[in-house]
Ligand binder design. Structure first.
Ligand SMILES: [Zn+2]
Length: 218
């Protein structure tokens, strides 16, 4: 484990954001495992973010995704007792505007409360939250630390921040263990069930990538 390599706030955030982008790509492609192309995308994005030649995708794009989602809890897919939740709680430095707001059911909302997203999720469910939520969280975090001029600081020395940087995942599970949103997970399951019933199977041939299954970290 090369620990010192990602010692600044920026490097830690960029790495997680690049992992998120890779996982999102593999998950929406319905890949069985990460392949060469996915790792390439991650490496390029991480480098681009660090050198400033690339930036995190626009929040407008997230808004477009959101418009297409059914009205349901973005954490669990429930359609009952929905209310607006801020992915990053406003009292922890989250944006008060629509960029940070999603639908959540009463159960998820009260379970999460004012906790950090990753802290809440790992304490109650394990694995990673839906990738769309992670994406919004990461953009909020990047903006938060950039606005405060903290991207170059050693992340372990940051005090009193709204984000628990120790909770950021350093590696992501394989695409089969991830979902973009609960809505997309249902669609994927339905497609696989249909493929099974027609005897075609969900693209079960040799996986596109030759990497070891389920390890996003090298
Ligand atoms: Zn829910």
């Amino acid at each position: 484990m090369a620990k010192s390599e990602r010692s600044t706030v920026g490097e830690r955030l960029y790495w997680c954001y690049a992992n998120q982008a890779m996982a999102e790509m593999a998950t929406t492609d319905r890949a069985e495992a990460y392949g060469r192309l996915h790792y390439m995308v991650r490496a390029r994005l991480y480098k681009g973010l660090r050198t400033g030649s690339m930036s995190a995708g626009s929040l407008m794009r997230d808004q477009a995704v959101r418009m297409k989602l059914p009205q349901e809890c973005v954490y669990c897919g429930s359609v009952q007792f929905l209310s607006i939740d801020h992915i990053v709680p406003v009292n922890r430095g989250g944006d008060d505007g629509g960029d940070n707001a999603i639908w959540a059911c009463r159960r998820c909302n009260s379970s999460k409360s004012d906790r950090d997203l990753f802290e809440w999720w790992s304490a109650t469910r394990g694995g990673l939250p839906p990738l769309f939520v992670v994406r919004i969280y990461m953009k909020q975090a990047l903006r938060y630390f950039e606005n405060r001029g903290l991207l170059g600081q050693d992340w372990r020395t940051v005090e009193g921040s709204a984000y628990d940087l120790a909770m950021l995942p350093e590696s992501f599970p394989g695409p089969r263990e991830l979902t973009f949103t609960p809505h997309h997970a249902r669609k994927r399951r339905a497609a696989e069930t249909e493929a099974e019933s027609t005897g075609e199977g969900p693209d079960a041939g040799p996986a596109a990538g030759g990497e070891a299954a389920g390890t996003a970290a090298e």
